[in-house]
Ligand binder design. Structure first.
Ligand SMILES: [Cu+2]
Length: 332
């Protein structure tokens, strides 16, 4: 049998080349491991602390209607709590409201004493986290999985149903960022229903604490009555408005905090789902949200304009659930 003989000079060159590639691969893996370990260690010691106060707040809903809301720090939703995975999140909460409340985070892996639920009273462990009016407590978490979460009061006063504190406005987002990911602008959109303590003619559906009277149909009524200026006067008052630039990518965290099904439709923009579909688009670009569900969209408009977004359920869009993206040319 014939064998192929390789000259010794070439053989040693081949051995050297294989050894060099092997060294590069091992070196790269070791470097990658240590840089990732170093990044994690860098964030491990960091602590993000937020101060929240539960306070009653009257929110104007247009046409003389008022919502006697319950809020964190005077806004609906409450402040967005941002933390990097591996960092410690601390929330110092004071209850300046007339009812008992607590802080409950939709995170994983926290200790029972920070649950902020009625069960803390049963065991006596973490009972101080159930706040009677005037009390204060420090809650602590160490989230490790990036994504969008939210917080709300985990304790219903005995005179109210379990969902009422959320309906009255006591909720906010927790954004856990991936330390390895480049930082993009992040916006939050809560969809839901309005609480029962209201005055005047109030539509039932709101987004980020705002509801435009009459929704899509109401826009026309205001235009006839007050013109463009009248409509613009409602921006971020009864009508949520997000600003964006053409070709700018930003994250939109959308959360259904209500008791009804909602769905989000944004015209023209690409809206791949990062949270649920791993970067794929929802069929027909409509985001379905069961009660309590959330998703993160990577939004990019390629055309300037004032784009009207809404809940895709027609009766909801006609009863408050509309908003705008004000998209300008990148050059402007
Ligand atoms: Cu809806």
């Amino acid at each position: 049998m014939r064998t192929i003989s390789i000259p010794r000079r070439l053989r040693s060159k081949r051995v050297l080349a294989v050894a060099a590639v092997g060294l590069l691969l091992v070196g790269g893996a070791v470097l990658g491991y240590w840089s990732s370990w170093f990044r994690q260690e860098l964030h491990a010691g960091a602590v993000r602390e937020y101060a929240l106060e539960i306070v009653a707040k009257d929110i104007e809903l247009g046409d003389g209607a008022v919502w006697h809301a319950w809020t964190y720090n005077g806004t609906v939703p409450g402040p967005t709590l941002r933390v990097k995975a591996g960092e410690t999140l601390r929330v110092r909460m004071r209850n300046r409201h007339t009812l008992t409340h607590s802080f409950h985070a939709r995170l994983a892996g926290f200790s029972f004493e920070h649950d902020g639920s009625a069960a803390n009273l049963v065991t006596g462990i973490g009972a101080a986290g159930v706040l009677v009016p005037g009390n204060e407590h420090l809650y602590e978490y160490r989230p490790t999985v990036p994504g969008v979460y939210y917080y709300h009061t985990g304790f219903a006063d005995r005179e109210h149903s379990g969902v009422q504190p959320e309906a009255q406005g006591l909720y906010g987002a927790i954004v856990v960022q991936d330390p390895k990911e480049r930082t993009l602008r992040e916006e939050v959109l809560f969809m839901g229903e309005i609480g029962p303590h209201t005055e005047g003619a109030v539509d039932p559906f709101i987004m980020n604490g705002m509801g435009f009277p009459g929704g899509r149909k109401g826009l026309l009524a205001v235009f006839h009555r007050e013109g463009n200026a009248g409509l613009r006067a409602q921006f971020n008052k009864t009508l949520p408005v997000f600003k964006a630039k053409v070709n700018e990518s930003f994250k939109l965290h959308v959360i259904n905090i209500g008791s009804h099904q909602h769905s989000l439709y944004i015209p023209s923009a690409a809206v791949p789902s990062l949270g649920v579909l791993g970067g794929r688009q929802w069929p027909a670009r409509v985001v379905p949200l069961a009660p309590g569900a959330a998703d993160t969209l990577l939004v990019k408009f390629t055309e300037p304009g004032l784009w009207l977004f809404r809940c895709h359920i027609p009766s909801h869009a006609d009863q408050g659930m509309i908003g705008l993206f004000e998209v300008s040319d990148a050059a402007r």
